[in-house]
Design a protein around this ligand. Structure first.
Ligand code: ZN
Length: 343
């Protein structure tokens, strides 16, 4: 177990939702033999274009791939620790799992190497070829042995939700091996209806995350999974908290909703965590009331377009959250979840 650096700030800030992208160029990406591999087209001026095959995906800056620049920006933002995870574009769940196993290993090795720039401040999550659970298990265990502190998964694999027996088998493996899981929306539903206005981020992502949580609750998956499974959903759990009353109401009134789920959905809230990326003080207060103080941890979605510009500032400056809860959300919950310590 690695320890934090001995910081002097009153409350440490751990950002659990921050992404990286490896310096993989076009030629190397294509050597992994699957269609439209993502890669990074570095411009030489500290910026780069994230590429999705031949399509320009997003203009990004050097902290995304350079850990030294990342640490400088963390200093500017007063972020003590980041848990870095692969950019979801890299998941590659639709391609041949053998190739994606090699690809994931390359990405994960880059993530682990990035943390060596300051092992007390940077911790990494790995990705896995989730379309093949046997290979996913091999890669997650290899990565954990190499120093990763958990695994980063998409909300579905090619339309299969987390109630799929193979997905549950992977979560079961993570539980028995003590591997924390962060679930992030990707490959959003109904993109043809959301071509403009960032609707895939504003509607698709919260809906994806909500669906992912409900697939675990209503299928009874949480009844079959060990209670010590550590699973966290990004973006405050998407639409879940606001719709929990609707969900409980439906469970009480319709056999169709409760047929595989023996307890009211609100009783499963204690089985998972969410990050704090909701961007509004009152919403965060509500999220804490629904989830409980120990199941919300700071996450900013750094450094992407809808990430918190000054990570952790909203929590720190909130007048709706007491100091003890700020400590819990900014630091303690993440330290417990990922098994890192400042002792
Ligand atoms: Zn993200």
């Amino acid at each position: 177990m690695r320890a934090f650096a001995p910081f002097t700030r009153e409350i440490l800030k751990i950002d659990t939702h921050a992404h990286f992208f490896p310096t993989i160029g076009k030629e190397e990406a294509e050597s992994f033999m699957f269609a439209k591999p993502p890669w990074l087209n570095i411009n030489g001026d500290d910026s780069a274009m994230m590429m999705d095959g031949d399509t320009e995906y997003r203009l990004v800056q050097s902290p995304l791939w350079d850990p030294v620049d990342r640490l400088k920006e963390m200093d500017d933002n007063e972020i003590d620790v980041q848990i870095i995870s692969p950019t979801p574009l890299l998941f590659s769940y639709t391609s041949d799992p053998k190739n994606v196993a090699r690809w994931s290993a390359r990405i994960n090795d880059f993530g682990a190497a990035s943390c060596e720039a300051n092992p007390q401040r940077l911790y990494s999550l790995c990705q896995v070829p989730l379309q093949d659970i046997d290979q996913a298990r091999v890669e997650v265990s290899r990565s954990m042995a190499a120093g990763h502190v958990g695994v980063h998964l998409g909300t579905h694999v090619n339309g299969r939700n987390f109630d799929d027996p193979e997905m549950i088998r992977f979560l079961h493996y993570c539980a028995t091996e003590g591997i924390p899981v962060l679930i992030h929306p990707w490959d959003m539903m109904a993109p043809e209806r959301m071509p403009k206005y960032m609707l895939q981020w504003l509607v698709g992502m919260p809906a994806e995350t909500h669906l992912s949580i409900l697939s675990l609750i209503l299928s009874g998956a949480f009844e079959r999974l060990p209670t010590d499974l550590k699973v966290c959903f990004a973006h405050g759990g998407g639409s879940f908290a606001m719709l929990l009353g609707r969900l409980d109401n439906a469970w009480h009134r319709h056999e169709l909703v409760r047929q595989d789920c023996p307890r009211p959905p609100s009783e499963y809230v204690e089985r998972f965590s969410v990050d704090s990326a909701v961007f509004d003080d009152k919403t965060l207060r509500f999220l804490l009331d629904v989830m409980g103080d120990t199941r919300v941890m700071m996450g900013s979605d750094y450094p992407f377009p809808l990430g918190e510009i000054h990570p952790g500032e909203m929590i720190k400056n909130s007048e709706l959250i007491d100091d003890a809860t700020k400590q819990t959300v900014l630091c303690d919950n993440a330290a417990n979840f990922f098994g890192i310590t400042n002792d």
